[in-house]
Design a protein around this ligand. Structure first.
Ligand SMILES: *[C@@H]1O[C@H](CO)[C@@H](O)[C@H](O)[C@H]1NC(C)=O
Ligand SMILES: *[C@@H]1O[C@H](CO)[C@@H](O)[C@H](O)[C@H]1NC(C)=O
Ligand SMILES: *[C@@H]1O[C@H](CO)[C@@H](O)[C@H](O)[C@H]1NC(C)=O
Ligand SMILES: *[C@@H]1O[C@H](CO)[C@@H](O)[C@H](O)[C@H]1NC(C)=O
Ligand SMILES: *[C@@H]1O[C@H](CO)[C@@H](O)[C@H](O)[C@H]1NC(C)=O
Length: 482
């Protein structure tokens, strides 16, 4: 028997009051929505010392491979001026973006005109910089190699012995002559011919030498060249035979301390394409902050969702497939909210964006950035402004503040996928004493350039790349490896 429900007038009154409070609270929640940031978190920098450089590990779990991912600063060999390092990072980040835009323009227009002055920026000698930030450790032949993870390029390479010109790395170089499983890739092979779409540069083959030579530039003046080879690649207890990679004999640039780079782009030579029969063309990552000891993960495998620790469901958006841009992951950005307020920008200026693990700061079309900056400044008020730095033009003096309430930033993609920028990914500390802390997004120089979602804004999210089904998913996740 159902019991008749009886409420006293008082309880009805309390229930209504409760509902009103909830509604009001939610209203406040979505308008001018803010999150508290401990300013000190932005200063978090790796401790130097022998304990700091613990190499990333990997394991196999539920049929997926989970590789620990770390911020590269943890493995720095020398002590640097942190302020200058953060500043240089921005300068080189800008060179990478300028170069990417030139490359895209060239690929899309099919024009062969090559603006050498812009695409080949010489690297000032002696500069140690930090642009491509995240590292993992893999086995190559019988050696362990710590490499930078880059979704904006395809070819994986390591520095090789004998080396004509190598930057300083921790641990020995890869020595192909000591590895019986190493094989050179020959010039007349189709593998050698796939270098052009993968690197933007054709192979160089010399008459009397059968080996295939590669050259890859990263736009900030850094490069690697050498011969293309094949070797066993291993991680988390699995081994990939005949993995094609670059044996770099002449390498320069931003890779300091590491053995080289792992290319996770979309083209045929990338690590994910080469391991497609094992992992089904699916990988995902969670990029940690720079805090001491922070770890994230790179997960390989098409049945890997059980190992994710996402706290919000993963929602997918389709990749926009442009055969000319075969390396990049291009998504359709449909909207941005700042503190719950939707930016008003013409649909023309949202649209296609590249999601990249190797670019630091997100770049938006000038009209979109302008709207974002205006809304952010309106909501983040009451702090003295500070001068801009490099590409960052909205800066504050936060000296003396332990905590600040920062307006949230949410990015929306086609099919209702949503990326909530972590509170540590909204402000960038240029000066360690917090006297110059800037909004960590920037404007492109032209409305028609392609936007880029940089790694600073991707922190603490599970981002899943599914090449087979051409989709990218986002879910909130406090990164960790355990
Ligand atoms: C490589 O790393 C694995 C896993 O950490 C370890 O078991 C192995 O001993 C290392 N090999 C070498 C040659 O250092
Ligand atoms: C490539 O060249 C090698 C010798 O340099 C030869 O043995 C091989 O048959 C050639 N392969 C093709 C596909 O032409
Ligand atoms: C994962 O990929 C492998 C290799 O492509 C395939 O055999 C398997 O069916 C895939 N599993 C799922 C769930 O898609
Ligand atoms: C992006 O998504 C919007 C909304 O669904 C759609 O109108 C627009 O055509 C899409 N843009 C591209 C480049 O596919
Ligand atoms: C920043 O603010 C602090 C405290 O208000 C002040 O002492 C300092 O001079 C300011 N620094 C700059 C560079 O304006």
């Amino acid at each position: 028997m159902a019991r008749a429900m009886a409420f006293s007038p008082l309880s009805l009154f309390l229930v209504s009051l409760y509902l009103i409070i909830i509604l009001v609270a939610n209203g406040v929640h979505s308008f001018g929505e803010k999150k508290t940031l401990k300013v000190q978190k932005l200063q978090a920098k790796p401790q130097l010392g022998p304990q700091a450089c613990l190499l990333p590990e990997s394991r196999s779990e539920n049929g997926a491979i989970v590789m620990e991912m770390k911020y590269r600063g943890h493995c720095s060999t020398t002590k640097h001026d942190w302020n200058r390092r953060l500043q240089k990072q921005l300068v080189f980040d800008n060179l990478r973006v300028r170069w990417m835009q030139n490359w895209i323009r060239k690929l899309v227009s099919g024009s062969i005109e090559d603006d050498v002055s812009e695409t080949q920026v010489p690297l000032t000698s002696g500069i140690v910089l930090q642009t491509l930030n995240y590292i993992v450790t893999v086995g190559l032949g019988s050696q362990n190699m710590t490499v930078i993870v880059d979704t904006g390029s395809d070819l994986t390479w390591v520095q090789c012995d004998p080396c004509k010109s190598c930057y300083g790395q921790q641990g020995p170089l890869f020595n192909p002559s000591k590895s019986p499983s190493y094989q050179s890739v020959l010039c007349n092979s189709t593998t050698c011919q796939s270098l052009l779409p993968a690197t933007g540069n054709s192979e160089t083959c010399e008459n009397n030498i059968p080996t295939c030579n590669y050259m890859v530039n990263y736009g900030d003046g850094s490069y690697s060249n050498g011969e293309l080879g094949m070797e066993h690649l291993s991680f988390g207890g699995i081994s990939v035979n005949n993995f094609v990679f670059g044996c770099g004999k002449n390498n320069k640039g931003l890779f300091g301390g590491t053995s080289g780079l792992m290319g996770l782009g979309r083209s045929k030579l990338s690590m994910i394409s080469q391991t497609d029969s094992i992992f089904g063309g699916i990988f995902s990552y969670c990029l940690p902050t720079t805090e001491d000891g922070a770890s994230g993960s790179l997960v390989m495998g098409n049945e890997s969702s059980s190992v994710f620790k996402n706290v919000t469901p993963i929602v997918y958006t389709r990749m926009i497939l442009n055969p000319q841009l075969s390396t990049f992951y291009v998504l359709n950005l449909t909207g941005i909210n700042v503190g719950g307020v939707a930016l008003q920008a013409s649909s023309l200026s949202l649209g296609k964006v590249i999601i990249d693990s190797g670019t630091v700061i997100t770049r938006l079309a000038p009209s979109v950035y302008k709207a974002l900056k205006a809304e952010f400044s309106k909501q983040f008020s009451g702090f003295p402004s500070a001068s801009g730095f490099s590409i960052l033009d909205t800066c504050y003096n936060l000296t003396g503040n332990q905590e600040v309430n920062v307006p949230t930033i949410r990015m929306y993609f086609e099919d209702n996928a949503e990326m909530n920028v972590d509170v540590t990914g909204i402000l960038y500390m240029v000066k360690e004493d917090a006297s110059q802390v800037c909004l960590a997004l920037a404007s492109l120089s032209d409305e028609y350039e392609m936007g880029i979602i940089g790694n600073y804004q991707q922190r603490n999210q599970r981002i899943v790349y599914d090449i087979k089904q051409s989709k990218v998913g986002f879910g909130g996740e406090p990164c960790g490896f355990s």
